[in-house]
Design a binder for this molecule. Sequence first.
Ligand code: ATP
Ligand code: MG
Length: 207
Amino acid sequence: MTTGLETDDELNARHAEKMRKKQAVRDRIMAAKTIEKGLLIVHTGKGKGKTTAALGMVCRAIGHGQRVGIVQFVKGAMTTGEKAVFDAFPEQVTMKAMGEGFTWNTQNRARDIELARAAWEEVKRLIADPAVNMVLCDELNVVLRYDYLPLDEVLEVLTTRDPAKHVIVTGRNAAPEMIEAADLVTEMEMVKHPFRSGVKAQPGIEF
Ligand code: ATP
Ligand code: MG
Protein backbone atom coordinates (compact mmCIF):
# COMPACT_ATOMS: atom_id res chain seq x y z
CA MET A 1 0.00 0.00 0.00
CA THR A 2 1.18 3.56 -0.65
CA THR A 3 0.25 6.76 1.10
CA GLY A 4 0.57 9.63 -1.31
CA LEU A 5 3.90 9.14 -3.05
CA GLU A 6 5.49 7.15 -0.20
CA THR A 7 5.31 3.40 0.27
CA ASP A 8 4.54 2.00 3.74
CA ASP A 9 8.21 0.97 4.07
CA GLU A 10 9.38 4.49 3.32
CA LEU A 11 6.84 5.94 5.74
CA ASN A 12 7.94 3.52 8.49
CA ALA A 13 11.63 4.28 7.89
CA ARG A 14 10.96 8.01 8.04
CA HIS A 15 8.99 7.56 11.28
CA ALA A 16 11.80 5.50 12.85
CA GLU A 17 14.38 8.15 11.91
CA LYS A 18 12.21 10.93 13.37
CA MET A 19 11.76 8.98 16.64
CA ARG A 20 15.51 8.27 16.84
CA LYS A 21 16.19 12.02 16.67
CA LYS A 22 13.47 12.71 19.24
CA GLN A 23 14.96 10.10 21.57
CA ALA A 24 18.43 11.64 21.25
CA VAL A 25 17.06 15.08 22.16
CA ARG A 26 15.14 13.61 25.11
CA ASP A 27 18.16 11.69 26.37
CA ARG A 28 20.23 14.90 26.28
CA ILE A 29 17.54 16.77 28.23
CA MET A 30 17.20 14.00 30.82
CA ALA A 31 20.99 13.71 31.26
CA ALA A 32 21.08 17.39 32.25
CA LYS A 33 18.64 16.76 35.13
CA THR A 34 20.81 15.48 37.93
CA ILE A 35 19.42 17.08 41.07
CA GLU A 36 17.63 14.94 43.64
CA LYS A 37 15.87 16.83 46.42
CA GLY A 38 12.78 17.01 48.54
CA LEU A 39 10.00 19.02 46.94
CA LEU A 40 7.38 21.34 48.31
CA ILE A 41 4.36 20.45 46.19
CA VAL A 42 1.11 22.41 46.08
CA HIS A 43 -2.19 21.22 44.57
CA THR A 44 -4.73 24.00 44.41
CA GLY A 45 -7.56 25.25 42.21
CA LYS A 46 -11.30 24.71 41.93
CA GLY A 47 -11.27 21.39 40.07
CA LYS A 48 -11.43 17.92 41.59
CA GLY A 49 -8.28 15.90 42.08
CA LYS A 50 -6.09 17.82 44.55
CA THR A 51 -6.30 15.25 47.33
CA THR A 52 -6.56 12.28 44.97
CA ALA A 53 -3.35 13.23 43.14
CA ALA A 54 -1.55 13.70 46.46
CA LEU A 55 -2.69 10.25 47.61
CA GLY A 56 -1.41 8.85 44.31
CA MET A 57 2.08 10.11 45.18
CA VAL A 58 1.71 8.59 48.65
CA CYS A 59 1.02 5.23 46.95
CA ARG A 60 4.11 5.61 44.82
CA ALA A 61 6.24 6.43 47.86
CA ILE A 62 4.90 3.41 49.75
CA GLY A 63 5.74 1.21 46.77
CA HIS A 64 9.33 2.40 47.05
CA GLY A 65 9.51 1.48 50.71
CA GLN A 66 9.29 5.06 51.91
CA ARG A 67 7.58 6.31 55.05
CA VAL A 68 4.75 8.79 54.76
CA GLY A 69 2.72 10.84 57.21
CA ILE A 70 -0.71 12.15 56.22
CA VAL A 71 -2.52 14.83 58.19
CA GLN A 72 -6.02 15.85 57.12
CA PHE A 73 -6.79 19.36 58.32
CA VAL A 74 -10.45 19.48 57.38
CA LYS A 75 -11.94 16.05 56.89
CA GLY A 76 -13.60 14.49 59.88
CA ALA A 77 -14.01 10.90 60.93
CA MET A 78 -15.64 9.72 57.68
CA THR A 79 -13.96 6.53 56.54
CA THR A 80 -12.33 6.76 53.14
CA GLY A 81 -11.22 3.99 50.78
CA GLU A 82 -7.62 5.11 50.94
CA LYS A 83 -7.60 4.76 54.74
CA ALA A 84 -8.41 1.04 54.37
CA VAL A 85 -5.56 0.68 51.85
CA PHE A 86 -3.01 2.59 53.91
CA ASP A 87 -3.98 0.67 57.06
CA ALA A 88 -2.48 -2.36 55.31
CA PHE A 89 0.95 -0.64 55.52
CA PRO A 90 1.12 0.37 59.20
CA GLU A 91 4.93 0.38 59.22
CA GLN A 92 5.08 2.88 56.37
CA VAL A 93 2.13 5.23 56.58
CA THR A 94 0.16 7.03 59.25
CA MET A 95 -3.05 8.85 58.36
CA LYS A 96 -4.63 11.21 60.85
CA ALA A 97 -7.93 12.99 60.27
CA MET A 98 -7.62 15.94 62.64
CA GLY A 99 -10.52 18.13 61.53
CA GLU A 100 -14.15 17.67 62.39
CA GLY A 101 -15.46 18.45 58.94
CA PHE A 102 -15.91 21.55 56.87
CA THR A 103 -15.87 24.92 58.56
CA TRP A 104 -19.52 25.44 57.67
CA ASN A 105 -20.36 22.21 59.53
CA THR A 106 -18.55 22.97 62.75
CA GLN A 107 -19.61 26.65 62.93
CA ASN A 108 -17.25 27.00 65.86
CA ARG A 109 -14.23 29.14 65.06
CA ALA A 110 -12.43 28.64 68.39
CA ARG A 111 -12.77 24.85 68.05
CA ASP A 112 -11.61 24.94 64.41
CA ILE A 113 -8.51 26.91 65.42
CA GLU A 114 -7.76 24.46 68.22
CA LEU A 115 -8.04 21.52 65.78
CA ALA A 116 -5.93 23.27 63.14
CA ARG A 117 -3.26 23.86 65.77
CA ALA A 118 -3.29 20.19 66.84
CA ALA A 119 -3.04 19.07 63.20
CA TRP A 120 -0.16 21.49 62.61
CA GLU A 121 1.68 20.14 65.68
CA GLU A 122 1.39 16.65 64.13
CA VAL A 123 2.80 17.98 60.82
CA LYS A 124 5.71 19.55 62.69
CA ARG A 125 6.37 16.24 64.45
CA LEU A 126 6.39 14.40 61.09
CA ILE A 127 8.64 17.00 59.48
CA ALA A 128 11.08 16.72 62.38
CA ASP A 129 11.13 12.90 62.22
CA PRO A 130 14.15 11.85 60.14
CA ALA A 131 12.51 8.48 59.33
CA VAL A 132 9.64 10.15 57.45
CA ASN A 133 10.25 10.75 53.72
CA MET A 134 7.00 12.44 52.73
CA VAL A 135 4.42 14.52 54.58
CA LEU A 136 0.97 15.26 53.13
CA CYS A 137 -0.81 18.26 54.63
CA ASP A 138 -4.28 17.76 53.18
CA GLU A 139 -6.40 20.94 53.01
CA LEU A 140 -3.77 23.01 54.80
CA ASN A 141 -4.48 25.81 52.30
CA VAL A 142 -8.06 25.94 53.53
CA VAL A 143 -7.19 26.52 57.20
CA LEU A 144 -4.59 29.10 56.17
CA ARG A 145 -7.24 30.86 54.09
CA TYR A 146 -9.37 31.20 57.24
CA ASP A 147 -6.35 32.44 59.23
CA TYR A 148 -6.64 29.50 61.61
CA LEU A 149 -2.84 29.23 61.55
CA PRO A 150 -0.26 31.97 60.98
CA LEU A 151 1.05 31.68 57.41
CA ASP A 152 4.49 32.95 58.46
CA GLU A 153 4.93 30.16 60.99
CA VAL A 154 3.81 27.50 58.50
CA LEU A 155 6.14 28.75 55.76
CA GLU A 156 9.04 28.95 58.19
CA VAL A 157 8.65 25.27 59.11
CA LEU A 158 8.09 24.14 55.51
CA THR A 159 11.04 26.04 54.06
CA THR A 160 13.56 25.14 56.77
CA ARG A 161 12.78 21.40 56.73
CA ASP A 162 15.28 18.67 55.93
CA PRO A 163 15.98 19.35 52.21
CA ALA A 164 15.49 15.66 51.34
CA LYS A 165 11.90 15.57 52.59
CA HIS A 166 8.86 15.89 50.31
CA VAL A 167 5.93 17.93 51.58
CA ILE A 168 2.60 18.09 49.74
CA VAL A 169 0.06 20.80 50.55
CA THR A 170 -3.45 20.63 49.11
CA GLY A 171 -6.54 22.80 49.14
CA ARG A 172 -8.19 25.60 47.22
CA ASN A 173 -6.97 29.18 47.40
CA ALA A 174 -3.27 28.55 48.06
CA ALA A 175 -1.68 31.76 49.36
CA PRO A 176 0.64 33.52 46.87
CA GLU A 177 3.45 33.11 49.43
CA MET A 178 2.84 29.33 49.52
CA ILE A 179 2.97 29.18 45.71
CA GLU A 180 6.16 31.24 45.75
CA ALA A 181 7.80 28.90 48.27
CA ALA A 182 6.83 25.72 46.37
CA ASP A 183 8.89 23.78 43.82
CA LEU A 184 5.91 22.23 42.08
CA VAL A 185 2.47 23.80 41.82
CA THR A 186 -0.52 22.37 40.00
CA GLU A 187 -3.80 24.20 39.68
CA MET A 188 -6.72 21.86 39.06
CA GLU A 189 -9.15 23.48 36.68
CA MET A 190 -12.85 22.65 36.89
CA VAL A 191 -14.09 21.80 33.43
CA LYS A 192 -17.09 19.67 34.50
CA HIS A 193 -18.20 18.21 37.81
CA PRO A 194 -21.15 15.79 38.20
CA PHE A 195 -22.17 17.55 41.43
CA ARG A 196 -23.78 20.17 39.20
CA SER A 197 -26.07 17.53 37.69
CA GLY A 198 -27.19 16.27 41.08
CA VAL A 199 -24.81 13.32 41.37
CA LYS A 200 -23.83 12.66 44.99
CA ALA A 201 -20.39 11.80 46.40
CA GLN A 202 -19.69 8.16 45.56
CA PRO A 203 -17.31 5.53 46.98
CA GLY A 204 -14.20 5.11 44.85
CA ILE A 205 -14.61 8.59 43.36
CA GLU A 206 -14.93 11.01 46.25
CA PHE A 207 -14.02 8.89 49.27
P1 ATP B 1 -10.63 14.92 45.71
O1 ATP B 1 -10.54 14.61 47.17
O2 ATP B 1 -11.77 14.18 45.09
O3 ATP B 1 -9.33 14.79 44.99
P2 ATP B 1 -10.22 17.75 45.85
O4 ATP B 1 -9.24 17.48 46.92
O5 ATP B 1 -9.69 18.32 44.57
O6 ATP B 1 -11.08 16.47 45.57
P3 ATP B 1 -11.71 19.40 47.69
O7 ATP B 1 -11.74 20.88 47.55
O8 ATP B 1 -10.89 18.82 48.78
O9 ATP B 1 -11.34 18.78 46.27
O10 ATP B 1 -13.20 18.92 47.82
C1 ATP B 1 -13.48 17.59 48.10
C2 ATP B 1 -14.82 17.17 47.57
O11 ATP B 1 -15.45 18.16 46.77
C3 ATP B 1 -14.74 15.96 46.67
O12 ATP B 1 -15.82 15.16 46.99
C4 ATP B 1 -14.85 16.49 45.28
O13 ATP B 1 -15.47 15.61 44.34
C5 ATP B 1 -15.71 17.68 45.47
N1 ATP B 1 -15.33 18.72 44.50
C6 ATP B 1 -14.09 19.05 44.09
N2 ATP B 1 -14.12 20.01 43.16
C7 ATP B 1 -15.44 20.30 42.96
C8 ATP B 1 -16.16 21.21 42.13
N3 ATP B 1 -15.50 22.02 41.30
N4 ATP B 1 -17.51 21.22 42.21
C9 ATP B 1 -18.16 20.40 43.06
N5 ATP B 1 -17.54 19.53 43.88
C10 ATP B 1 -16.20 19.48 43.83
MG1 MG C 1 -9.17 17.77 48.92
